[in-house]
Design a protein around this ligand. Structure first.
Ligand code: CAA
Length: 241
């Protein structure tokens, strides 16, 4: 069944793979991005998925952005994938308040913003699929990521609370916790840190964005109606929870 879906941070990396997978499953998809115009244009040209530019950390931008998406797609959004995220890796004793805030606002507050805008209409229509892309580092912690680990762990609690509130209204809310996936974000990790991390992944390789996208597409499908409040880990065995 074709549904309207929106993916934040959807023009690169895991988000782009999710958008393509949802499109392949027959959904009408729109993606949100904030920074990289060239990557967004290349993505749009390649797959035809419309791209929207706004800052998901800002509530008013989410309100106006969602209204534009719904106008263009011709109906309400049924599937929300909160995937947008940034890192500002630095040890806590050197972390600035700005580096803390940027990550919390972009990675966690964005989930509140998008859900707060979309959940009322999902409740009215008694259907919704919300998938939050968290991280292994929100489950286990990571040296240099007090901000990111806090935001991603926050997403897991947020997922469970919203799942409880939404269960009787036909809305499922789940999280995916990817491990280290071959994206620009992971490519930016310093070489020696990366060697240390790779040695901790039992399958001996990074994951691929498509390996996360397939999970998200399943959770977004009608087949996953009994799954809510769960966290699905996909990390090559690096952390078993
Ligand atoms: N565990 C224990 N000690 C560590 C460590 C670790 N994981 N990483 C670094 N250290 C130690 C170093 O050995 C070093 O010790 P010595 O001074 O005694 O030699 C000390 O900490 C300082 O290390 P650095 O020289 O690397 O310090 P830095 O200030 O230049 O950088 C850092 C620190 C920013 C945390 C850097 O190590 C880094 O970027 N690490 C990678 C963090 C990471 O994994 N980020 C994930 C990004 S991808 C992502 O987030 C996607 C996802 O969801 C999985």
């Amino acid at each position: 069944m074709s549904r309207n879906a929106v993916v934040t941070g959807g023009t690169r990396g895991i988000g782009a793979a999710i958008a393509r997978q949802l499109q392949a499953a027959g959904n009408a998809v729109a993606v949100v991005y904030h920074g990289n115009d060239a990557a967004a244009e290349a993505f749009r040209k390649d797959c035809g998925i419309p791209v929207y530019k706004w800052n998901v950390a800002d509530f008013a931008s989410c309100e106006s952005g969602v209204a534009a998406v719904q106008r263009d797609l011709g109906g309400p959004i049924d599937v929300l994938v909160n995937n947008a995220g940034i890192t500002r890796d630095v040890v806590l004793h050197k972390m600035t308040a700005e580096q803390w805030r940027e990550v919390i606002d972009t990675d966690l507050t964005s989930c509140f913003n998008m859900c707060r805008v979309l959940v009322p209409s999902m409740r009215e229509r008694s259907f919704g699929r919300i998938i939050n892309v968290a991280s292994i580092n929100g489950q286990k912690g990571q040296f240099g990521q007090a901000n990111y680990a806090a935001a991603k762990a926050g997403m897991l609690g947020f997922t469970k609370a919203l799942a409880l509130e939404s269960a009787a209204k036909g809305i499922t809310v789940n999280a995916v916790a990817p491990g280290y996936i071959g994206t620009d974000m992971v490519a930016a990790v310093p070489k020696d840190s990366m060697a240390r991390i790779l040695a901790q992944i039992p399958v001996g390789r990074l994951g691929q964005p498509e390996e996360i996208a397939r999970i998200v597409a399943f959770l977004a499908s009608d087949a996953a109606g009994f799954i809510t409040g769960s966290t699905l880990s996909a990390n090559g065995g690096q952390y078993m929870i």
